[in-house]
Structure formats: C-alpha cells, structure tokens
Write a protein that binds this ligand. Structure first.
Ligand SMILES: Nc1ncnc2c1ncn2[C@@H]1O[C@H](COP(=O)(O)OP(=O)(O)OP(=O)(O)O)[C@@H](O)[C@H]1O
Ligand SMILES: [Mg+2]
Length: 353
C-alpha cells in the first residue's frame, strides 16, 4: 500500500536538476494526497517559470510509478520569499568558513585549483581551459570553470553557452556545459546583472564568485585568467595561494612573456607550476608533415626559464563541431591530447597524495 512515508522515500531520489539535491531535502514537496494508487502532489520551485519543470515532473512520475502509483498528478507552485531565503541559507551552509572565507579554499576542501595564464593575449588560454576542463569531466571528475577574465570574458561564447545561471536571490547556480559547471562575468552583462555582482563588489569579485556561486562538490576548478600579470592575476594569486599554474604560450610569444612576467610572477605568486603548454605549435599538412608556422622551441625555452616542463604541444586545429564552439571533439587529435593531459594530471595528483 502506498503511504506518505513511501512516497517521500521514493522522492528522496528525485533531484532538483540544477541544485543536484533531493527535492525532499530541499523542502520542495507539498500536499501529497494518496487515493488508492493515485497520487497528487505539489512541487514548489525556487523560481517561477523554472525551465526544468518538465524534467522534475518526469522524474517524480517515474519514481512514484516505480513504487506502484497508477497515476501521478504533479502541480507546480513557487516558493515564498521566506522559503527561498531558507533554501539559500541551506545551500550556503558550509560554503564559507567562520571567518567568511570561501570554504573551498581550505587546504582540505578536496578542490584542486588550476589557473591558466600567459604573458600575451590570444595565445589560447581560454581554449586550453575549456578543453582541459571538458577532458577532466569526461574522465568522471567534477569540474568547474571560473572565467576570471572579468572584462574580456570569452568562455560562454567559446563553449556556446547561451543560458544564464539561475539566480536564487543572490546565489548563482552555474550553467553546465559539456559536463562542466561554468561561471563567467559574461553572464552578467550590464543591464541584467544582480547589483552585488557589479560596481563596488567588483573588487571582491573572486571571493564573490567563489562564495555566491553554488558550485556543489568539485574536484577541479579551472580559472581562465586574462593575459599578463595585471590586477586580476594578482588577486587570484592572493586569494588562491595553493593554485597550480599552467602557462600557455605560442612558439613565438615567448620573449615578451618572459620579460614581463618572470619577475612579477616570482614576487606575487608562489603557485606551483604544472607546466607549459605550447599552443599553435605547428600545422599538420595534408601529407602529414609539420609546418612550424610560428617557429619552434618557444615552449621549451619558456619551460627552462620557469624550471618546468612542456606538458603539451597543441597543433593548429579547428574544432570539429561546426557550431562555432571551441571544444574539440573527444575523438579528434587535439581532443585526445587533452584527454592524455587530464589523465596525466590525475595521475600526478594520486602520486602526490
Ligand atoms: N590550437 C589552435 N588551433 C586553432 N585555433 C586556435 C587554437 N588555439 C586557439 N585558437 C583560436 O585562437 C583564438 C585565441 O584563442 P583563445 O581565445 O583561447 O586565447 P586567449 O589566450 O584566451 O585569448 P585572450 O588573451 O584574448 O583571452 C581563438 O579564436 C581560438 O579559437
Ligand atoms: Mg581568453
């Protein structure tokens, strides 16, 4: 026989598709009525017009039919302001330490931070960030990207994300693309950004992005930085001293990098360097020969200066998807290259433990 308890037990397994928590735990289920094997209930949503209604309805129906319901009638309502505040509080629980710092920055949080930097613009930082993130996610890791290029953001466009994060009051639920949780200032283009994400808060942007985003559980957070050693890079280094750095260069952008960067980096960051990625390293001709359009050896030169290694040489290649996305197909040469890089990072991490 169906009982309230059995219904609630079954609904424990239905998750809110964005918050990745049970609808029961999130206190979203109301007015369960059982009439023989017919069940009626209400689900209250965090925001009105939630686009994922259909998914929630389907999951609720399936889970209740699994325990013997013959019909399931789901109606939707919206949380009151108080209920939403309580929900935000519960989401934020554990997101900050007692001193107000993002809990994910604690050394034992389990999150590995990888910052992707370069001396020059346009060398492929964002390309590396998104493809490494997607590769780690394909290997089953929980991955987020923080587009730290707050003025020159490009991650949403490069991943072809046209959704915006759902806001529950001032907490943003990152948009998921290719299995990766993405946050970018690009989502808050002037005009529709919540106040606290703009203006005076900008100087606390990174803390804000870390604390007021519901990242959920993460294994890796990749930060796509603007070029050079400007304020943003310094903010990031100060905020995330345990961050590990990947430095991207093309074969011919090395000189300016070294000049501008070596000193500044030594001063401001104590980041571990994971290695140098030489991007646009060569172009493979039809006959398989390599054409070194931008010269050769830049990656090695930079790696030597920074006392690290070249961990990948990425050739010129167009992502296969013809929709303008910069995510390389998993089976493509470059896609596979990022997979091995991701495997290499996982392996190193295991060794370090
Ligand atoms: N290996 C590659 N093959 C072909 N095109 C590439 C490759 N890497 C990057 N690109 C293209 O080069 C341009 C610059 O790359 P990207 O935006 O990743 O660089 P960036 O260092 O993040 O630039 P910025 O400094 O402006 O943030 C993009 O149009 C990207 O699609
Ligand atoms: Mg970029």
């Amino acid at each position: 026989m169906l009982t309230q308890d059995k219904v609630m037990e079954a609904l424990q397994h239905v998750q809110d598709p964005e918050l990745h928590k049970s609808v029961v735990e999130l206190n979203m289920v109301r007015n369960v009525q059982i009439d023989g094997s017919a069940i009626k209930l209400e689900v209250v949503l965090t925001i009105q017009g939630c686009p994922l209604k259909g998914k929630i309805r389907e999951d609720v129906e399936n889970s209740l039919k699994n325990i013997g319901a013959s019909s399931v009638d789901v109606t939707f309502g919206a949380m009151t302001k108080e209920e939403r505040e309580a929900l935000t509080q519960s989401l934020k629980k554990g997101a900050t330490t007692e001193s107000g710092m993002p809990a994910m920055l604690k050394p034992d949080s389990g999150v590995t931070f990888i910052t992707v930097t370069s001396g020059k613009g346009g060398v492929g930082k964002s390309t590396v960030t998104i493809n490494l993130a997607v590769a780690l996610a394909r290997l089953g890791k929980k991955v987020g990207i923080l587009d730290a290029d707050i003025y020159g953001f490009s991650v949403p466009a490069m991943m072809k994300v046209d959704q915006k994060p759902t806001m529950i009051d001032q907490t943003a639920i990152p948009v998921v693309s290719h299995g990766v949780k993405v946050m970018s200032m690009g989502f808050f283009a002037p005009g529709n950004s919540p106040v606290m994400w703009r203006g005076p808060m900008l100087n606390k942007w990174i803390k804000n992005f870390l604390v007021n985003t519901h990242w959920g559980e993460l294994d890796y957070l990749l930060l796509d930085l603007p070029p050079g050693t400007g304020d943003i890079a310094i903010d990031v280094a100060a905020m995330i001293p345990q961050g590990k750095e990947i430095i991207v260069t093309t074969p011919h952008h090395v000189a300016s990098f070294v000049a501008s960067r070596a000193g500044a980096m030594a001063k401001h960051t104590k980041h571990d360097i994971l290695g140098v990625i030489e991007n646009m390293a060569y172009y493979e001709e039809q006959d398989g020969s390599k054409n070194y359009l931008f010269g050769k050896g830049g990656g090695e030169l930079l790696a030597r200066q920074l006392e690290t290694d070249v961990i990948a040489k990425v050739p010129f290649a167009n992502p296969l998807e013809s929709n303008g996305s910069s995510v390389y197909d998993e089976d493509s040469f470059v896609g596979e290259m990022f997979t091995s890089l991701a495997e290499d990072l996982l392996h190193r991490k295991q060794k370090a433990v």
